[in-house]
Ligand binder design. Sequence first.
Ligand SMILES: [Zn+2]
Length: 484
Amino acid sequence: MIPTIGAGPGNPPNGLRFHAPLALLPGGWADDVTLEATPSGMLSRVESGAGEAVEGSSAVPLDGIVVPGIPNVHSHAFQRALAGLTESPPARPAGIDGAANTFWHWRETLYHFIRRLTPDDIHTVASFAYMEMLRAGTTSVSEFHYLHRDPEGGPYPERGELSHRVIDAALRSGIGITHLPVLYSHGGFGGTPPEPEQRPFVLPPDELVELVASLRARHGDDPRVRIGLAFHSLRAVALEDLLHVLDEVRADDPGVPVHIHVAEQVKEVEDCVAWSGFRPVEFLLAHAPVGASWCLVHATHVSSQEVDALAERGSVVGLCPTTEANLGDGIFPLPRLLAAGGRFGVGSDSQVSVNPVEELRLLEYGQRLARRERNVAGRSGGGPTGTVLFEGAVEGARQASGRPVGILRAGERADFLVLDPEHPDFQGRPPEQILDSWIFAGQRSPVRDVYVGGERIVRDGRHHDEEAITSEYRECLNRIASPS
Ligand SMILES: [Zn+2]
């Protein structure tokens, strides 16, 4: 239970008050910081130098280094159970798209794996993935959800069955969620029919619009949940359907977050050019109203002109470095985006890692290896590398989520982390080097406590429901692995 403040002099009539000796605020590091939150979990006041540390204060002492919770820009929670199962080269020479030992073979393995998952399994796996994210410092997630039907492609009695399971998993674990129901229609560019394995992903455009509307009606008043919209990719969605669904959903929710996978693979770029004469990002920019509410996930293979245009439109690029490395996708040209003032977030995507710090580290190291330089993000972004990476990723993922998360100021969600001030890597270092030390020196996570909406979800590194969620996950993996 979180202590609730009484209505004493100077206190809010209801709500929570916290005190931190050191916190990362929008203007930089600040000492002696008071944070107040409403009962619904919104920050109502953030002030430094308020002298709340004095004995007898009613504030909850945070006793550590407070930083904003990190939003995850891109997740497929159910894929957590597949991590580690695709690391042997295929025995057969060719995968579903004729390419061996590549992304396309991984995708074939994924399709077979999905056939084993029940709605209960998806709830269990998502709960576990979200719990792990929370322990690592992720306080909200943009969940790109394309499982709509049963493994044979038949409808569940309730159209939103699997959306409900995933949102319930987020609420159970305590993570904030932007749930993004995905439009998926085709097996490739030009409207080719879906493969049989892709049938569980397919919903007709008007059913997708109805699903979004029903989820909004169900969760519209809950500050923990935002309903957005996603298009799987230009491979899987026809332009006229994309524009139609976008118009329909925006009629009810003009600022709806819109996410799409794009330009992840060279083959995808080549197929798009062969089909349309445009590269994928170029096609989107030319034909869709891509703007600040859009998140282009991966965007790995982009030209300098495409990067500059994305920056100019204010769109977010959703980067998933560990997944992109695991799948052999390629390296996004981050320096060009930063130099153009563009935005990015990091995501866990296939869940080969659910640690945002590992994503930031690999994001930077990929650039260093490719360019044979150091401090690439720091140089492009004009500051210490850890600060440029952390603040940039939080700001971009915040924008892509459509939720008020990632900034410690009044009017935002009270989502924050308390880092262990006794962590060996932080000793003798000024606040300006804490993020560098966390990202580039940490062998053990310094995340001690995690608060979401003012509620302590992780205490001393342990999630409040860790045993039950872990036990259910163990049983689930054993069940999936056993012959049916
Ligand atoms: Zn993805």
